[in-house]
Design a protein around this ligand. Structure first.
Ligand SMILES: *Cc1c(COP(=O)(O)O)cnc(C)c1O
Length: 311
């Protein structure tokens, strides 16, 4: 929301919003200026899994690029190109590093993306000579056009370049990402099942639970587990504050994707500037608690939540 509602707005770029379970909403939002359809494979913080097929179908019919933020699902659990998407982006500050060691991101484009961009009037800037680069036409060279343009036109001018040391940290993290994701997902599933059965918990949001509205989407698009992010709702703001204060293994911070478990109370931290009504409109009830389930023993994590809920 900060990126699309504020930062890119200052560049003259307008963002319009759609419900990821109602791709038909896109039809009324698309016009001749639409450049991208951006969505997350598992949304943060609402933890929804989108209707990939419906979104991709509409995007392709209009010749618009789809960009998937795959930060939470990671390439271990979701393969956006196999689902027909065009570009996959990740914050590497989360599961890639796994320990919150550095801030960074990656952009990956699918093979043969040039076929969707070449001659497409939406992307005239890829098809006309770029005066800032000796008249280069991005779709004329045998290189991935989106990546090339990102490097030449943005990375060079705006300086979004990672340092060698941070890049090295990310590569270290990638080596054990598959093992970690498996454990994050198993732990989160166990924690979600525990919470769902607890009398003090009103609702649990986790796409791996059969009761979750995202379950059928997750079955289709998310494989081998649903990652480590979940949220649950307790009775009140005060109750939530008490719980996040009482956990010992879960640290009260706002990052996600760390090896160590994290607990967040959005209403008193990340979303504290919003009024009661605005919180509800943003899908953040005052008693909502978000967990980023880490790699500790799942029984220890459950014991910690149990004492915090019941203490
Ligand atoms: C954290 C996050 C980002 C932003 O990443 P930074 O590396 O902190 O800039 C983008 N997308 C998702 C889904 C995230 O969770």
């Amino acid at each position: 929301m900060t990126l699309t509602g504020h930062t890119i707005k200052r560049f003259g770029i307008e963002a319009r919003y759609f419900d990821v379970h109602k791709p038909q909403e896109l039809e009324a939002l698309i016009d001749e200026k639409t450049k991208l359809i951006l969505f997350e494979s598992i949304t943060n913080p609402s933890i929804d899994v989108p209707d990939f097929e419906g979104i991709v179908k509409i995007a392709d019919a209009h010749g618009i690029l789809t960009v998937v933020d795959n930060t939470v699902a990671t390439p271990i659990h979701c393969k956006p190109f196999a689902l027909g998407c065009d570009i996959s982006v990740h914050s590497t500050s989360k599961y890639t590093t796994g320990q919150g060691l550095a801030i960074g991101g990656v952009i990956v484009e699918r093979e043969n993306l040039v076929e969707k961009i070449r001659g497409n009037p939406r992307y005239y800037h890829f098809n006309e000579p770029d005066a800032s680069y000796h008249g280069l036409v991005y779709t004329d060279v045998p290189l991935p056009p989106f990546t090339l343009r990102t490097r030449l036109a943005l990375l060079r001018d705006l300086g979004a370049a990672p340092s060698p040391f941070n890049s090295w940290l990310f590569i270290q993290g990638l080596e054990h990402l598959p093992l970690r994701m498996k454990q994050h997902s198993q732990n989160a599933q166990a924690v979600a099942e525990f919470l769902e059965a607890h009398p003090k918990v009103k609702k649990v949001n986790y796409p791996g639970l059969k009761s979750d509205v995202n379950y059928s989407y997750a079955q289709k698009y998310i494989k081998g587990g649903c990652s480590g992010l979940l949220s649950f709702e307790v009775e009140s703001y005060e109750e939530a504050l008490k719980i996040v204060d009482k956990t010992e293994l879960f640290s009260l911070v706002v990052n996600i994707g760390d090896s160590k478990s994290i607990i967040t109370h959005p209403a008193s931290t990340t979303h504290q500037q919003l009024s009661h009504e605005e919180l509800l409109a943003a899908g953040v009830p005052e008693g909502l608690i978000r967990l980023s389930v880490g790699l500790e023993d799942s029984e220890d994590l459950i014991d910690d939540l149990k004492q915090a809920l019941e203490g």
